[in-house]
Design a binder for this molecule. Structure first.
Ligand code: 4AD
Length: 460
């Protein structure tokens, strides 16, 4: 058992990111502080035990001089993840030590708050250094992986990106609303609906809040929401989750060109905002050293041009049936990514054929075969945004329901929007995990959320 030396100055509680600490140097006394955290690395040596200590805000080099402090039972059982409160004098570190903030804590007292079995740190080590996000071992141990530097860096970038969107929307006076997750209508096709029994009625987990956002345009002006969307995706891909965070906005009295300009402004604005924070910029640099801010304007490419581009490659990039692409084909994930990676910059892919797009999309007045629709494609990921102008006419919308084989009855409230003062409006949905896969250079969206949900995985 160790005792605190009562003659020492009282220790001030700090967090590791606290920069305002007087450092001791030579004869100059440094501030005595106490800091709560966990052992990240442990190096017992002859003259002292060196600890890299972390608290979620940074890491601190700590030195326990060999002697009473290192000879306790507690000290002998220190392990990675042991949580402690350390007391000591903060001193300037020798430059050669290359410690964070060029400082080190000279520990004079500690209390153990939570022990960790030393064999368990091997698991943390193993999983946090595994690269393959498909490995189920790593997914089962996601709770430990999240303790690692790589995984938590992505989560910290994510938190800032989420905040950046909200901040920019606020600046643009686009107001936040919170639509329901339990719904009785589909937005993006029946095949990916998660259905459930709602007090005896058929209901679904929402695929998109778009239809609800549209309903408040007349009174709220432009609106956005950041909510979960759910898709019963029946395949395993790098970029599909069953539950994802959907950033959606709806803008009233706009043109298709306005929508594209807004998207550019948001994407570039969020990147600027995130990189303006030096701590977050550092995380981005660690996970994506090659990242370059996209330059504006983004490349605008019509669907028909993309079809031509795919067919002009040598060898041509084929459709899912193994044939050259023709007008009306879906551009599948693989083809889309090949094209995006080859062009290697953000693309606005626009004017998709009516047949392959959702019922609500407005037709292009200049070419009624296509819609005023846009997918934003990013290198390494492909589609991160889907957006469009919305069909304005009541009769036209009824006909669209009919054509898609959707019973319009549950959509009475959506149809009412076209009855009471319809307007030219449009919006989009951006998958936060896909945006992050691009910004943080992640191979898959699975490492871009805390606990990924996809076919076959609902734990931890
Ligand atoms: O293109 P989607 O299906 O469009 C909509 O849902 C529109 N109603 C949105 C709107 O206009 N308000 O989805 C939009 C975006 C995609 O571009 C993608 O980034 C993301 O949502 N997304 C998914 N992300 C992860 N896993 C999935 N299964 C996703 N499905 C869509």
């Amino acid at each position: 058992v160790i005792k605190q030396d009562e003659s020492l100055p009282e220790a001030r509680r700090i967090r590791i990111d606290d920069k305002n600490i007087a450092l001791g140097e030579g004869d100059k006394q440094g501030e005595r502080v106490k800091v709560y955290g966990r052992i990240d690395q442990l190096r017992p040596q002859k003259q002292a035990t060196f600890i890299v200590f972390t608290d979620g805000y940074g890491s601190l080099q700590c030195i326990l001089p060999s002697g009473p402090l290192t000879q306790t039972y507690d000290a002998l059982t220190f392990a990675r993840s042991t949580s402690l409160v350390l007391y000591g004098e903060m001193k300037k570190a020798p430059p050669a030590a290359k410690t964070p903030d060029n400082r080190e804590l000279h520990v004079d007292y500690y209390e153990v708050l939570g022990t960790a079995p030393s064999d368990k740190d091997a698991i943390t080590n193993k999983v946090s250094h595994t690269q393959d996000p498909w490995e189920s071992d790593m997914l089962d141990n996601r709770h430990l992986v999240l303790r690692g530097e790589k995984a938590s860096s992505v989560m910290k970038i994510r938190a800032e990106v989420d905040y950046a969107f909200r901040h920019l929307y606020k600046q643009m006076k686009i107001r936040q609303v919170s639509p329901p997750a339990l719904v009785q209508t589909q937005v993006e096709g029946g095949s990916t609906l998660f259905g459930f029994n709602y007090y005896g009625e058929d209901s679904y987990l929402t695929q998109s809040s778009q239809l609800y956002l549209e309903t408040v345009l007349p009174s709220m002006g432009n609106v956005y929401c950041i909510e979960k969307s759910f898709r019963a995706e029946k395949s395993l891909t790098r970029r599909h989750l069953s539950e994802y965070t959907h950033i959606e906005a709806e803008l009233d009295f706009i043109t298709f060109e306005d929508l594209l300009n807004h998207l550019e402004e948001m994407i570039c604005g969020v990147v600027d905002f995130v990189l303006a924070d030096s701590e977050i910029a550092e995380y981005v640099k660690q996970v994506n050293p090659e990242f370059k801010k996209p330059s504006r304007p983004f490349l605008r490419m019509k669907y028909t041009d993309a079809i031509d581009w795919l067919n002009a490659q040598d060898p041509p990039i084929l459709n899912e049936e193994g044939n050259p692409h023709v007008f009306g084909d879906d551009i599948a994930e693989a083809a889309e990514r090949k094209m995006t990676d080859a062009i290697n910059k953000p693309i606005f892919l626009t004017h998709f054929p009516v047949e392959i797009k959702a019922f609500y999309m407005k037709k292009d007045p200049a070419d009624l075969r296509v819609t005023e629709s846009v997918d934003v494609l990013m290198p390494g990921v492909g589609e991160i945004v889907g957006g469009s102008m919305r069909m304005e006419g009541h009769g036209e919308l009824e006909a669209a329901f009919n054509k898609h084989g959707i019973d319009p009855t549950p959509y009475y409230w959506y149809l009412d929007q076209r009855k009471y003062g319809t307007s030219p409006h449009g919006g989009y949905g951006l998958g936060l995990e896909r945006f992050l896969a691009w910004l943080a250079n992640q191979h898959t969206v699975r490492t871009c959320c805390m606990y990924p949900r996809f076919m076959g995985r609902c734990k931890p």
